[in-house]
Write a protein that binds this ligand. Structure first.
Ligand SMILES: NC(=O)c1ccc[n+]([C@@H]2O[C@H](COP(=O)([O-])OP(=O)(O)OC[C@H]3O[C@@H](n4cnc5c(N)ncnc54)[C@H](OP(=O)(O)O)[C@@H]3O)[C@@H](O)[C@H]2O)c1
Length: 340
């Protein structure tokens, strides 16, 4: 399709009005109507079709210095998005092409073409470029294989296991020869999904009892790898069950993202001495060199259905904030996506 669409005069975009303290409140945000942005030289105008809402965005709402700049107040928020080009002033980018870019949280975005990646809607559903074949998929791949130095025969434990990253970590571990894969999640339905659909060997609902006890029961011979999406009592439990030479990849700590006080650290760090254990944090942004290998290896598993994925799809730009809050609450199974 290369016909030039009729464009509206305005576009809706989300602004951050004030920096949330604790759980974000609707009053901290506004959906604002703004004149349709005009693409400058080298830019494209994209009509977004899918927006990503991700836990890391909570960090960008605070002013604290981090690896990504805080959202500016009263300016459009940003995030991953996939959309269709509706006007182009960039060579090689035609009206009708689809791109992955960072002008999310809005309907239309004018973005520098060189900061976008063309995606093919025929090769895979567009939303998957935000999830299983996108940033969260690469996070699982890099964190498990590189940071946690996964090897065949490892016993792997992953928290947030029914989420976008976690569900992929568990399945990757299984497909690459883990001897046992254990997951934790926040509801019995999610636990059932892990066992029945994703092929986990054991899974538990972390809300049903102490994580350390449930993990010990699920991994009687201990764990070699812990992929941490949650922090807090999950991390302490994992250290408590860590085997000799065990590795812990710190991907996220969603249990503390809305905390107003520093969270207490694990009380059993001394176990790392006897186990020669290693804990290492990582950021997916440092591992984009793995992208070709990731697509080559994981793409066929996704296409064949050996690696399954779920998406929770919320419709309408006006529901983007609710979708984001839903991720923090655990409303999602798999990647949370907003469809426009
Ligand atoms: N390091 C990196 O480069 C990188 C990149 C992407 C993501 N991450 C991190 O990876 C983690 C997962 O991200 P994602 O995009 O895949 O999100 P997700 O897992 O799809 O969604 C977040 C999930 O966290 C769980 N959760 C919320 N509060 C919790 C709590 N207090 N205790 C335990 N679980 C809780 C909820 O599931 P339940 O129903 O199971 O509670 C929710 O569905 C996050 O920590 C994120 O910050 C890191």
């Amino acid at each position: 399709m290369s016909d030039t669409p009729t464009l509206p005069a305005v576009s809706r975009e989300w602004h951050l009005l004030s920096r949330p303290v604790g759980w974000p409140k609707p009053e901290d945000f506004a959906l604002v109507e703004a004149p349709l942005p005009q693409p400058g030289e080298g830019q494209i105008l994209v009509r977004n079709e899918y927006l990503s809402v991700d836990p890391y965005m909570r960090g960008r709402m605070s002013a604290a210095k981090s690896y990504v700049a805080p959202y500016e107040l009263n300016k459009p928020m940003q995030g991953g998005a996939v959309g269709r080009i509706v006007a182009s002033r960039a060579e090689g980018f035609a009206v009708g092409d689809h791109v992955l870019h960072f002008g999310g949280w809005r309907e239309y975005a004018a973005v520098d073409a060189r900061h976008t990646v063309k995606v093919d809607p025929e090769a895979a559903p567009l939303s998957t470029y935000l999830g299983v074949l996108g940033m969260t998929g690469l996070t699982a791949y890099a964190g498990l294989l590189r940071t946690a130095s996964f090897k065949e025969g490892d016993v792997v434990f992953v928290s947030g296991a029914a989420g976008a990253v976690g569900s992929q970590v568990g399945q990757l571990a299984r497909l690459k020869g883990a001897s046992r894969v254990i997951g934790s999640a926040g509801s019995d339905e999610k636990v059932k999904l892990l066992l029945e659909e994703y092929g986990f060997d054991a899974a538990f609902n972390y809300k049903s009892g102490p994580v350390s006890e449930q993990l010990r029961a699920a991994a009687p011979d201990g764990i070699d790898v812990y992929f941490d999406n949650v922090g807090g009592d999950h991390l302490e439990a994992a250290i408590g069950s860590l085997n000799q030479g065990g590795r812990i990849a710190i991907c996220g700590m969603i249990s503390v993202y809305n905390a107003t006080e520093p969270a207490p650290g694990p009380r059993n760090l001394a176990r790392l001495i006897q186990t020669r254990g290693r804990i290492e944090g990582f950021l997916v942004g440092d591992h984009y060199d793995l992208q070709p290998e990731f697509v080559r290896e994981v793409g066929p598993w996704v296409r064949s259905g050996e690696l399954k994925y779920r998406e929770t799809v919320v419709e309408g730009v006006e529901n983007t904030l609710e979708a984001f809050l839903g991720v923090l609450r655990g409303d999602n199974t798999g990647k949370m996506i907003v469809k426009l």
